[in-house]
Each structure stands twice: as structure tokens, then as C-alpha cells.
Design a protein around this ligand. Structure first.
Ligand SMILES: [Zn+2]
Length: 1150
């Protein structure tokens, strides 16, 4: 093996790595990096010229009895006059050299352009007074001598939050209710706050010795235990006294409903005997009633029901069903008079304890005419996501999160913060549902809190943070435990003077290889501790040896194959021309490694409808050659040499091809497409080239043409809410599962861009992208004018993003727990290895853990995620992430160290997988039940005795009900009438790969009052809660959920604002066909566009911009995202759901 011959040409990601030159040991030299030789296909060079075919009509033709099924078509000009599809120079379209169609869409230069992190966006918020992180006393976080757990890191140390004040009091006098307050029964030990570490920038800077400087005691900050000038957890409200602790939240208003409501445990809301409206057609089921809407929509301002209907019996709401007609366009209504704070109208009249008016009701006036309906709970008194997010930003946004301490709960995903790796992986790579996990299985079961980690192994970091260092141990490869094969990490303990180390995962003792030996200092720590990333950092990479490569052979650089549907729809919509134009420039931006001058990735091109067309774009050709394969039953690749090429070498031939493709198929009448053979073709091409790669497939229709993987239209909305609903999420044939398996084996990742005008069975077409770690993008009713910008942005991002190929991920854990379940876009052929043909920087895998033994508070628990992958230059690498967690014997410690956003990520993925095998209602009920148990367990074991009727939520989980409700009413679990089967399948797959930040904003969208934005500041306006009653008709709002951006314009917005933002003089002139905001030279327009750009930059996909005018028909769509309100599809309002959860909890406690 010829390794260690060639020095690295640069740091792995082209980013300076100060101080780590010591690790840039000689790399392997046996592998050609850029531009793999084409000669390897020499054997195929011969036959090509012999395949000349005459006169194929329509851009394709059947194979004419050649021995080979390939039907090559020469595109040389001397034959072009013979056939319409000979695309030689005579037919060269006039488009060559035409500019890319998208104006203003400048290509980013290099792969940093799509950074998710806006410059200057990294730290915001005020200096924290309440978010100190306590360092271990010696400020040397990992002492090998005392590893794996310094005594100072016992679990009690890890409480964060202030020393417990005794109680959290939330008193609320509304409606005559006095809400008591209780203390947690197990408050953290006094004095155990978490202390702070000052910014430590520069700690990794180079020193004279070429090493990075460790944090030393002298650099450490004084142990500042900041006594907290506590910020308010909730907005001060009249009549409320709130003290903020990391302690339970008691929700005011939850004095016990009388037990005599006569409603079953899962029924909801408590109604005395009144028939509840069924949520869905069909018999009312307990689970459905949770969200059962009345037929009228009291929350919707544009549809104020007359009082009589609100009091009526709701014999089966026309709106609640999925087949119901769209809601009528109600005449404009004068404002918000009908707001009832999420109530059920008179349905909830007979609820004594929730009734009664409350002071401080929003100023929306009272309903004219009818008597005011009974009110129950002030929405301002229940936990507010906005407030929690804001508090965390203020408390934790200003100081770096230093990962040196075991079991620290990181700041929320909505907080901008810097991370300093001191031995645990950054929360950008791993987040956990809890950072303090129960010592025993019994305890875990009792709490019902799922133990899960959300892992994003190749996450993009902000420029201020250091990318994982690449460690090269030469021919011997990474040092690993002999028994469990865990990789060397900061928690391994060196013994016997450094000659052996004891594994922190399995306790096995392994000899230190001679080349890796190093002496220990007096504390038992290796003296090269800080020189080696794998000893001192939570995340790093190893250069893999040939042992880690398929067939014991270093991989070739990967290839990208662009496969374009050229059927009638694709051509007619302008899509084909758009893609070809874009590719001409986009191919110059393929991912590059480090400071390589050009990408090592080779490219190939296929077009298809019912047959496939391959293109020879070999650099030596004057014109591209087309080869048609019409026998799609047994797909093969008719050419090898010249199919996958280096962009620079074949530049002119590729440009010519991309110019000609739109012309060639301009007159096609072919409407049918194949799909599976397209993937097979790409797979075969990669196999033949012996490399991994990615297929970019642009597809428009249900593949009904005769071919393997042919599909039929089986969309049937009548299945919704039946036991067969799950079939809508399942593929209609297992063909694609088998194909996916083959793709994964080859490292063939599939990214699918869909442009449907009707049902095309995303559930089936998505199988291969999903199981290969690819992405699906969907542009329904694609229109060039409105959708091209979004599509092109997605395409550019997708092509340029960092991706690892042929990846295998394994998560090792210390004794006592193990990874038992996995969620995400991948394939598993056994129970431990997560295989991904491709894994990009946005893909997340959620891993669930279960106990298989007892854990100890002393040693805690460890996770090690190892990802083996091939880089975009063909380098085989291992990326390692380590995380240490605390373990507890007290449930209160568990509840105090949970992270609700991560919990929701797990619960949503779990539920979204559940719908594949269980009725949706069962899945929803299980979700509600699990969360009720989580909260009931807390109430029973952690909250001090108090009235059983009080709802007491753990501080860290006080948003669990509101977020859970958002999951329950999401399109997958409770579709509205406008949601298609394809939409649901698409969302289901999308969410499964989302990270915590993405699920957070997806389920609880961000709502920003644009008219409140400070045009002179860079900051975003403060978000408000997602409820219609928070909207003022004199304002303009922006709502984003990661997929869409809505700009909602109130009917009373000042004319000048309308003029400034939309360039029209009145509300009525605003076009809701706009897909971008007009570029106008005024501060408000600039500010709003800058906000939109900021948000777009933070998301992995380009969000669709939708203009919504108040009282316009599109407003229904917008209101769907006001998730604190009752939804059209029957989803409960936040207030109602909280009441329901409370009932469920009380039921469990009684
Ligand atoms: Zn081991």
C-alpha cells in the first residue's frame, strides 16, 4: 500500500486550521484525486463508432435489432441532416452563450456562499446575566488520570439554571382563579448553578510550536457564579407574579375541572353532556375528539358564525371532513371582534372552571350582538414559545457554549451562539432529548421520556467555528479499542504509564501501538493531550486507510449524473430549457475539496421520457453523441468512455449538448415517462465507473409507461381516517425498495426534483431518494415565472452542498445503554449500521437509546458517532463525534436537563414513521398518551404536593403541550382539505431528515411583524405568537416555517406602507401572484427584503414566498400556520389542547 507519500495539499475544507499542522502528516499517495483517468474504460472505446443509426423520429427510437440494445446516435454534423434528432451543428440552437435565465441569481463563488449563517448573525442578544456555565474547578476538562469522569463532574454539578428559589409562582387572578404554585420536590442542591466561561476565542490559535494552545487554568475565567437577575419566563401580566427558575411552570387557570363533567378520559374538552362535534366524518372516536372542531370556525376572523350556529349542535361539520367544500369566502368582516381565544364557542360554555371573563383580554372588542361567550384561559398566561425563545437568547446568546463539561444542556436552537469544542461534540452535530439520563431502565420507563440523540454528522458550521481537524495516523489507521472498536477519544483512559488504554465504552484494555505511545504527566494525562484532536476534542476526523474502503481499494472520486425528463410537460413548461441553461454555469461550482483548483467530480447526462438517451460528451468529440436505449426492461449503459467526464476537459461538448437538448425535444408529443429505469441507468453507470455518486433526477409525472417500476394512480382520499390510510404512505410496489438497496450498495445517492401537475405518487417515487440519503424537492404546478427562482436556488444549493458518499454511520455507547432505533433517510441492512449512499450537510439522523444495564452517576454515559464516508474528492474518511451525558437516580434531574425541541424532533419522527404501519388515529393517541405520561410522572414525582387540579409543567418542558399539538395537527397526522396525498408523503419524508432547528420552525412557524421592524437596525423584529388574535389589521406580518414564507397584509395597512413594499397604491392592487417582493428604493422595502433574505439564508431550502391579503381566499392557507389557533382540519387550539392534556394527566394521576 502506498500511503504516506504525499502531503496534504491543504486543510480538508479549505479553511485555515491554525496550529494543527502537526496533524497534517503525509497522506496516502496511491490515489488519484482529481480527474480520474478515463482510460479505465478503454475497453469500451471500440464499439462506439459502429453504432450509427439512421433517422430516429421524435428524439428517440427503438433499438433496431442491434446485438446491443444500445442505439447510439451520432450527433456529428455530417449526419445531422438525416434525422431530426441528430443534433449537429446545423441544428445548433441559437441559445449557446445565452445568459442564464435567472436574472439576479448570481452564482456563489465557492462552497461557502450558501452558509446558513449570516454574517454578523452569530451572536445576538444581550449579555447574559443568567447563563453561566460552570467550569470544572481545574479548568482542565479532561484529565486522563481521572477519566472518564473527573469527580468534579458529578451529575449534581450539571444543573443549569439558578439555584432553586423555592417556588415558581404564577398567580393569576383572572376569572377569579387563584393559581397556586409549588416547588419542585427535588430542587437542585444549593449552590450548584452553572458557572460561566468567558469567550475563549484564540484558544486554538497557532503557537510557536505549531500546536494549538489548550485552555489553561490561567486562561480560565474566574469562576463567576452569577447570581441571577432573573429574566421573566413569561411576560408579566396583570395579576401575575412570576418568578423564573429552571423549575416547574405552573400554568394558571388549571384549577381542576369538576370531576362531574361526565366525559371520558380522552374526551375533550370537558363538556357537560353536550355532544362534541366529530372531527372527521364517521363515528366520533376518542382520539379524534381532541381536535374536533365545530363546523364554524370561531378563530377565523373572516368567518364569524352567527351565534346560533355556535350554539348549535354541530351535527357533522362540513368543514371538518377532508372532502368538505372549501370554506366559503366570507364577506369582509370588520376586524377581530369574533376572537374567542381559541375557544369552542358555546361548546365550552358549561365548563365552570374555565368560564368567566378575565381581565386583560385582548383589545379586540367584544362580539357585537351575541352575549360574550364564556372565556376560560388567558392565552397570555400559558407558556409562550416566544418568551422561552427570547429568554434563552438573552440568557445564553452572548457567551460561547463551551463543551468541556459533561451533560451540559446547550442553548436552544433558536439562540445564536458560538461553540467551543473542549471535548464534547458541538450541539450543531448532536443534540439530545435529555443530558441527564436515568440510571435504570425502570426509571426511564416510568418517565416515558424518550432517550434520543439527533445527529447531523456533516453539519455546516458558522465561519467563526473550527471545522473538525483531520488526523492522519498513517498506514496503521486510527487507534481503536480492541473489543468494541470504538475510536480513540477524549474519554479513553491511559494506564500503565501510557502503554495501554482502557476503553470508556466497554472497559476493555488495549495496548497502545508503539507509534502512538506517549508519556503521561503527573495527573495521568498524556503529555500530547492538547496536540491531538482525538484526545482533547469532541469532534474530529481520521483519514481512513484502505482497510476502510470497499474491496480494499481506495475509492474513485464520485460522479454527478443529471437525468432530465424531456416529456411533453417538462418541455412545454420551459423546465428543460431552464435546467440546461442553469447547468451550463452550475457545473463550474461542483463541490471542491480544500483548495483544489477544480472539482474532482465527474459529470454525465441522460434525458428520458419512455426511453432513455445517453450522451457521449468526451472531450475529443466535436459534438456530443446521443445513444438511445429503448429497451427499458433491462437497463444498461450503452457507453462508458465519454459518459462521465471532467467538466473542464469536456466544457465545449457539454455546452453544446446543453444548448441542443431543449431544441431536440422542443416538438415532442411524448407524455409518458419511465422512472425506475432512469435510476437503474444511473446506478449502472456508476457501477461501470466503479465510483459512488449522485443522480439528480428532474421528473414531472407518474411513470405509467411500460417499464419496471411502472406505477398506477392509486390516490384515494377516501382512505383518510380509515385503517387503510397507511397505504397512502407506503410505496405501491416493493420494486423501489430493492432498487434502493442496490443503489446503497454502490453508493448511488438519488436527489429527486419533482414538478407534478397531478398526483405522481411521492410515497413510491421517494423510496429510492429516501433510502439512499438523498433529497426530494417538489414544485407542484411549476410555472417558470413564479417558481424558477426557487427551483434554481434549491438546485444550486443541492449541487454545491457538502456531501459524503458511500457512508456508514455507527453509534457506540458506553455500557448500560445502546442505540436501538434510527430515524432518517438511510438504509439499514443490520441493526447497527446506518448506510447512506450519500449524506449531505443538512441530513439528520435521530437515534433512540434504550437501557440494557444500569448506568452509574459517576461514570455517566457516552456516545460516539462514527461516520465513514468518501469525500467529494474521493478521500475516505472517518468523522467522529463524542458526547458525554450525565446519569441520574432522581427523576427531577432528568426533567431538569431535557430539551423539548429535540424531544419534539424525536416524537414527530417516531409518529411519522408510525403512520406507515398504524392508523393515524392510533399514532396520534399514542403521542398524546406518551406526553401525558411524561408530564404526569413529573407531577407525581418531582412537583411538591399541591392541588391535584393544578397543571404543573417542568420548566424545560413547558412548551411540550404547545409543540406537541403542532405535531398532532400537522398535515401528516391531520390533513386539511387542501393537502394532497403527495403533500403528505413529501412532508413525511422531509421531516424525517430534519434537524432540531428545522422541526422547531416547521411545527411552530416564526411570525414577525414587519411593520414593527426597525429599518435602521440589522436585527429582526421580535417574533409574536402564532395566533390570529396577535395580528393587527393595520400591520404586515411575515410567517416562515422553513418551506414557505407568507407575507400577510392587513386590510387597514397604511397606503404608504403598501406603496413602499409593493409599489402599488392600494390594498386591492396588491397582487398575490407575486413570488418575490418588488425591488423598491425605500427603507421599508429594503428592510423587508433583507429580512426575507436573512431567513432564506438560514434554511436549507429556498422558501416559497406567498403574499396573503387579509380576507382573501389565500388567507385560509395562511391561517393553517397560525398553530395556536384551532385549525380548519380540526386541530385543537393551544388553549384547548392544554386543557385536554391536563385532563389526561389528571386521569393518569388518579
Ligand atoms: Zn471498547
Amino acid at each position: 500500500m502506498s500511503v504516506n507519500q504525499q502531503a496534504h495539499t491543504g486543510p480538508p475544507y479549505g479553511q485555515p486550521q491554525p496550529g494543527y499542522q502537526g496533524y497534517q502528516q503525509p497522506a496516502y499517495g496511491g490515489q488519484s484525486l482529481p480527474g480520474a483517468p478515463q482510460s479505465q474504460y478503454g475497453a469500451y472505446n471500440g464499439p462506439m463508432p459502429g453504432y450509427q443509426q439512421p433517422v430516429p423520429p421524435q428524439g428517440y427510437f427503438p433499438s433496431l435489432g442491434f446485438p446491443s440494445k444500445g442505439s447510439p446516435v451520432s450527433l456529428n454534423s455530417d449526419t445531422s441532416s438525416l434525422a431530426p434528432n441528430f443534433i449537429g451543428s446545423l441544428r445548433a440552437p441559437p441559445t449557446s452563450g445565452a445568459p442564464p435565465p435567472v436574472s439576479g441569481a448570481s452564482h456563489p463563488s465557492g462552497h461557502v456562499a450558501y452558509s446558513q449563517f449570516e454574517h454578523g448573525d452569530v451572536q445576538n442578544g444581550i449579555p447574559a446575566s443568567a447563563a453561566p456555565v460552570q467550569r470544572p474547578p481545574a479548568s482542565q476538562p479532561f484529565l486522563p488520570g481521572s477519566a472518564p469522569t473527573p469527580v468534579s463532574q458529578i451529575s449534581t454539578f450539571q444543573q443549569y439554571g439558578p439555584p432553586p428559589a423555592s417556588v415558581q409562582q404564577l398567580r393569576n387572578h383572572m376569572a377569579g382563579m387563584t393559581i397556586g404554585c409549588t416547588a419542585a420536590s427535588a430542587p437542585p442542591p444549593a449552590g450548584l448553578g452553572y458557572a460561566s466561561v468567558p469567550p475563549v476565542s484564540g484558544s486554538f490559535s497557532a503557537t510557536g510550536s505549531g500546536l494549538y494552545t489548550p485552555y489553561s487554568a490561567s486562561q480560565g475565567p474566574p469562576l463567576t457564579s452569577v447570581s441571577q437577575g432573573l429574566p421573566l419566563v413569561q411576560p408579566p401580566f396583570p395579576g401575575q407574579t412570576i418568578s423564573t427558575q429552571r423549575l416547574p411552570t405552573q400554568v394558571p387557570g388549571f384549577t381542576p375541572p369538576p370531576p362531574s363533567t361526565g366525559v371520558g378520559p380522552s374526551s375533550y374538552p370537558p363538556t357537560t353532556g353536550a355532544p362534541r362535534p366529530p372531527a372527521m366524518p364517521g363515528p366520533p372516536l376518542p382520539g379524534q375528539t381532541v381536535a374536533g372542531p365545530p363546523s364554524s370556525q370561531p378563530n377565523h376572523v373572516s368567518s364569524p358564525p352567527p351565534p346560533s350556529t355556535m350554539a348549535g349542535l354541530h351535527p357533522g361539520p362540513p368543514m371538518s371532513g377532508l372532502h368538505g367544500p372549501p370554506p366559503p369566502n366570507h364577506p369582509p368582516q370588520p376586524g377581530y371582534q369574533m376572537q374567542q381565544n381559541g375557544s369552542f364557542g358555546q361548546m365550552r360554555g358549561p365548563q365552570p372552571n374555565y368560564g368567566g371573563a378575565y381581565p386583560g383580554a385582548p383589545n379586540y372588542g367584544s362580539p357585537p350582538g351575541p352575549p360574550p361567550p364564556p372565556k376560560r384561559l388567558d392565552p397570555d398566561s400559558i407558556p409562550s414559545p416566544i418568551q422561552v425563545i427570547e429568554d434563552d437568547r438573552n440568557n445564553r446568546g452572548s457567551e460561547p457554549f463551551v463543551t468541556g463539561v459533561r451533560g451540559q444542556v446547550p442553548p436552544l436552537v433558536t439562540t445564536n451562539f458560538l461553540v467551543k469544542d473542549q471535548g464534547n461534540a458541538s450541539p450543531r452535530y448532536i443534540r439530545c432529548t435529555s443530558y441527564n439520563i436515568p440510571c435504570t431502565s425502570d426509571m426511564a420507563k416510568q418517565s416515558q421520556v424518550p432517550l434520543a440523540a439527533v445527529i447531523k454528522p456533516l453539519a455546516t458550521l458558522p465561519p467563526e467555528e473550527t471545522l473538525p481537524y483531520l488526523v492522519d495516523h498513517g498506514e496503521s489507521g486510527p487507534v481503536r479499542c480492541n473489543r468494541c472498536k470504538a475510536y480513540m477519544c477524549p474519554f479513553m483512559q491511559f494506564i500503565e504509564g501510557g502503554r495501554r488504554f482502557q476503553c470508556c465504552f466497554c472497559s476493555c484494555v488495549t495496548e497502545v501501538p508503539p507509534h502512538y505511545f506517549q508519556h503521561l504527566d503527573h495527573t495521568g494525562k498524556r503529555v500530547d493531550f492538547y496536540d491531538r484532536p482525538e484526545l482533547s476534542l469532541g469532534s474530529y476526523e481520521f483519514l481512513a486507510t484502505v482497510d476502510y474502503c470497499k474491496n480494499n481499494k481506495f475509492p474513485s472520486p464520485p460522479a454527478f449524473i443529471f437525468m432530465i425528463d424531456v416529456s411533453y410537460n417538462a418541455v412545454k413548461s420551459g423546465l428543460v430549457r431552464l435546467i440546461c441553461e442553469e447547468l451550463k454555469s452550475l457545473l463550474d461550482y461542483l463541490p471542491r475539496e480544500g483548495n483544489m483548483e477544480e472539482s474532482a467530480i465527474r459529470v454525465g447526462f441522460v434525458t428520458y421520457n419512455k426511453v432513455l438517451h445517453f450522451y457521449n460528451v468526451k472531450s475529443s468529440l466535436a459534438q456530443p453523441q446521443m445513444m438511445v436505449v429503448s429497451d427499458v426492461a433491462d437497463m444498461f449503459v450503452p457507453l462508458l468512455d465519454g459518459f462521465l467526464v471532467n467538466v473542464n476537459e469536456s466544457r465545449t461538448v457539454i455546452a453544446s449538448l446543453l444548448d441542443q437538448i431543449p431544441e431536440m425535444f422542443a416538438d415532442t408529443r411524448e407524455t409518458e415517462t419511465v422512472f425506475a429505469p432512469v435510476i437503474q441507468a444511473g446506478l449502472e453507470a456508476l457501477k461501470a465507473a466503479d465510483c459512488a455518486g449522485k443522480l439528480f433526477i428532474f421528473h414531472t409525472s407518474l411513470p405509467i409507461a411500460e417499464a419496471p417500476g411502472k406505477l398506477k394512480n392509486r390516490d384515494d382520499r377516501k382512505l383518510i381516517n380509515t385503517d387503510k390510510e397507511k397505504t397512502l404512505f407506503q410505496p405501491q410496489t416493493s420494486f423501489y425498495n430493492n432498487l434502493a438497496k442496490d443503489c446503497v450498495a454502490q453508493g448511488c445517492c438519488v436527489d429527486l426534483f419533482l414538478f407534478p401537475n397531478q398526483y405522481l405518487d411521492v410515497a413510491t417515487l421517494g423510496v429510492v431518494p429516501y433510502q439512499t440519503g438523498g433529497s426530494i424537492y417538489k414544485y407542484a404546478y411549476f410555472q417558470l415565472e413564479t417558481d424558477q427562482y426557487r427551483f434554481l436556488n434549491d438546485l444550486r444549493k443541492d449541487v454545491q452542498k457538502e456531501v459524503g458518499f458511500d457512508a456508514v454511520m455507527r453509534v457506540r455507547t458506553s455500557t448500560g445503554i445502546r442505540a436501538t432505533d434510527f430515524f432518517g433517510a438511510f438504509y439499514m441492512s443490520n441493526t447497527t449500521d446506518v448506510e447512506m449512499a450519500g449524506l449531505d450537510c443538512d441530513k439528520t439522523i435521530t437515534v433512540e437509546f434504550k437501557h440494557d444495564d444500569k448506568l452509574s452517576e459517576d461514570s455517566g454515559a457516552l456516545l460516539q458517532c462514527a461516520l465513514l464516508y468518501t469525500s467529494c474528492a474521493g478521500q475516505r474518511r472517518l468523522r467522529i463525534h463524542n458526547l458525554s451525558l450525565n446519569c441520574c437516580t432522581q427523576l427531577a434531574d432528568l426533567y431538569r436537563n431535557c430539551e423539548t425541541d429535540t424531544l419534539i424532533n424525536y416524537l414527530a419522527k417516531h409518529a411519522y414513521r408510525g403512520v406507515l404501519s398504524s392508523p393515524v388515529k392510533t399514532v396520534r393517541d399514542a403521542l398524546i398518551n406518551q406526553c401525558a405520561q411524561i408530564l404526569a410522572c413529573y407531577r407525581k414525582n418531582c412537583a411538591s404536593p399541591s392541588s391535584a387540579g393544578q397543571l404543573i409543567l417542568p420548566e424545560c418542558m413547558k412548551l411540550l403541550p404547545v409543540y406537541l399539538n403542532c405535531v398532532l395537527k400537522s398535515d401528516v397526522l391531520q390533513p386539511g382539505p387542501e393537502v394532497t396525498t403527495d403533500d403528505r408523503a413529501y412532508i413525511r419524508q422531509l421531516v424525517t431528515s430534519m434537524d432540531v432547528a428545522e422541526t422547531n420552525v416547521f411545527f411552530y412557524p416564526r411570525l414577525l411583524p414587519l411593520t414593527k421592524a426597525d429599518v435602521d437596525s440589522d436585527s429582526l423584529p421580535a417574533a409574536i405568537r402564532n395566533s390570529e388574535e396577535r395580528l393587527s389589521k393595520g400591520d404586515i406580518y411575515l410567517l416562515e416555517n422553513g418551506l414557505n414564507i407568507f407575507v400577510w397584509v392587513g386590510v387597514n395597512v397604511q397606503q404608504s406602507l403598501i406603496q413602499n413594499l409593493f409599489g402599488v397604491s392600494s390594498f386591492s392592487q396588491i397582487s398575490n401572484a407575486l413570488s418575490t417582493l418588488p425591488v423598491l428604493e425605500n427603507p421599508f422595502s429594503k428592510k423587508v427584503r433583507s429580512i426575507v433574505d436573512t431567513l432564506q439564508g438560514q434554511r436549507s431550502r429556498y422558501m416559497k414566498l406567498i403574499i396573503v391579503k387579509q380576507e382573501d381566499k389565500l388567507e385560509m392557507l395562511f391561517k393553517h400556520f397560525l398553530v395556536e389557533d384551532k385549525s380548519l382540519s380540526g386541530g385543537a387550539s393551544y388553549v384547548d389542547f392544554l386543557c385536554h392534556m391536563h385532563k389526561e394527566i389528571r386521569q393518569l394521576l388518579s
